[in-house]
Ligand binder design. Structure first.
Ligand SMILES: NC(=O)c1ccc[n+]([C@@H]2O[C@H](COP(=O)([O-])OP(=O)(O)OC[C@H]3O[C@@H](n4cnc5c(N)ncnc54)[C@H](OP(=O)(O)O)[C@@H]3O)[C@@H](O)[C@H]2O)c1
Length: 209
């Protein structure tokens, strides 16, 4: 699958590397295409780099991996995402990272869907630290849970397969409106990891029987 990744930071870089290792073609899109090319070069032949618009055009799946404050400008630079599956892993944090800027009656993911008409937005991986993606989703015999939510069944299936193949226990959390609950869960992860000093090599695990 061709995957465009907007953002070359901890999440974008780590996820791109993971997807490329599973045989997908990844194109990183950056405000600085040279930076994206350098990152791609460090990963190998399945990765390439370019502009944000190039990443958006390249991917049938486009991953949005930028800070919340940069979402509007990144979507503008991307151009039309109509018909694409947009994997939104952002957490809509306030500028000082102390809380969420959106919630209760909407979510970052729903706001992104409004800004990207025709895109099939799927919220996923916002509850997983970049260090878990980098270190691999396997915790001994157990696999990290990655909850996802969206309104388009085909897009959800695509994301589920993608993150499942990457090693996560992919769990359907319902419609895109469930991002209203996934984003606070992402915030809780930050509180546990940073605020309470539990670190970032931790992940939520959904247990079932
Ligand atoms: N880090 C985590 O563990 C984690 C976990 C779950 C969710 N998230 C969410 O994932 C998203 C990305 O987080 P991250 O940790 O990967 O952040 P990061 O390391 O700071 O990377 C963000 C990337 O976004 C791009 N970008 C575009 N416009 C930007 C701007 N105005 N200011 C700064 N960067 C800009 C940059 O790439 P270019 O310079 O190449 O354009 C940058 O490398 C955030 O929304 C975050 O809340 C993070």
């Amino acid at each position: 699958m061709n995957i465009g990744i907007i953002g070359t930071g901890n999440m974008g870089g780590g996820l791109g590397k993971l997807f490329a290792s599973k045989g997908h073609k990844v194109l990183f899109g950056s405000r600085d295409p040279q930076k994206a090319k350098t990152l791609a070069g460090s990963i190998g032949p399945n990765a390439s780099g370019g502009s944000i618009a190039e990443a958006a055009r390249f991917g049938s799946v486009v991953v949005l991996a930028v800070p919340w404050s940069a979402v509007p400008e990144s979507l503008k630079a991307a151009g039309s995402l109509a018909g694409k599956t947009v994997l939104d892993l952002t957490n809509p944090l306030t500028p000082d990272y102390s809380g969420l800027a959106v919630g209760h009656t909407s979510s970052g993911a729903e706001e992104i869907a409004k800004l990207a008409p025709g895109a099939h937005v799927v919220k996923a991986l916002n509850t997983v630290f970049a260090q878990v993606i980098g270190g691999g989703p396997e915790f001994g015999p157990k696999n990290a849970t990655a909850l996802y939510a969206g309104d388009d069944p085909a897009a959800k299936e695509t994301v589920s397969k993608l993150i499942g193949e990457a090693g996560f226990d992919a769990v359907d959390a319902g419609p895109l409106q469930s991002a209203r609950y996934l984003e606070p869960m992402g915030m809780l992860n930050i509180v546990l990891g940073y605020g309470l000093g539990m670190g970032t090599s931790q992940v939520f695990k959904l247990m079932r029987r």
